[in-house]
Design a protein. Structure first.
Length: 212
């Protein structure tokens, strides 16, 4: 593999507590019952707009647009309260930088949040590209990254924790790498096309050959 592209939430960083707190602040605004972490964990993965549809069980575009504006403010306040990188992630990304493997982030979370989190949590890591609001499993934005980096799709390892991520990788022609420390059980990853399952970051270089 000549490049690595990563999902963000549930893959590089554990955001679920801050996401849940943001959702519950929003629900309090609308005087709705709070949700548990496990409930929010099921709803995330397809971007903030889809999250609003699931949280409020509605497709009313006007309501969703209004809720999204409020939610963005909520999440901006909670962005870095409890979010942390998963064990070994900083070391793994650093190792990829050191061997000159281009790395990028392609996520469905809001672009402003993706960029801010990457800059603040990974200040020493060089990313070739950070793309939020990617509309996965549509592979278009992920393929834009591969084109910018200058690699063929078959030379890209795509890391993610959800069926959406594995479908994106399959649709793009990437190597689908499912990580099991995230928000979804491994069975969802395998059923959605994962070719490799990773349980710990220190396994990755044993399972995937990175080189130029």
């Amino acid at each position: 593999m000549k490049a690595a592209i990563f999902d963000m939430d549930g893959t590089l960083i554990n955001t679920i507590e801050d996401l849940t707190d943001s959702v519950n602040e929003l629900l309090e605004h609308y005087k709705r019952p709070r949700l548990s972490i496990d409930e929010v964990k099921i709803f995330v993965g397809n971007g903030a707009r889809k999250l609003m549809m699931r949280v409020f069980d509605t497709t009313d575009e006007n309501f969703i647009n209004d809720a999204l504006k409020i939610y963005d403010g909520c999440y901006n306040r909670h962005l870095l309260n409890k979010t942390k990188p998963y064990a070994g992630i900083v070391e793994f990304l650093t190792a990829l930088n050191q061997i000159n493997i281009p790395i990028a982030i392609c996520t469905n979370k809001q672009h402003f949040a993706a960029v801010s989190l990457a800059q603040k949590i990974f200040p020493t890591i060089k990313f070739a590209e950070i793309i939020g609001d990617a509309n996965k499993p549509n592979p278009a934005r992920a393929l834009e990254i591969a084109n910018k980096i200058g690699v063929e799709p078959a030379e890209v390892a795509y890391f993610g924790d959800s069926s959406v991520d594995m479908q994106t990788a399959v649709n793009a022609g990437f190597l689908p790498v499912g990580i099991t420390w995230g928000f979804r059980p491994a069975i969802y990853l395998k059923d959605s096309g994962a070719k490799i399952l990773v349980n710990r970051t220190d396994e990755i270089f044993k399972l995937i050959n990175f080189g130029n």
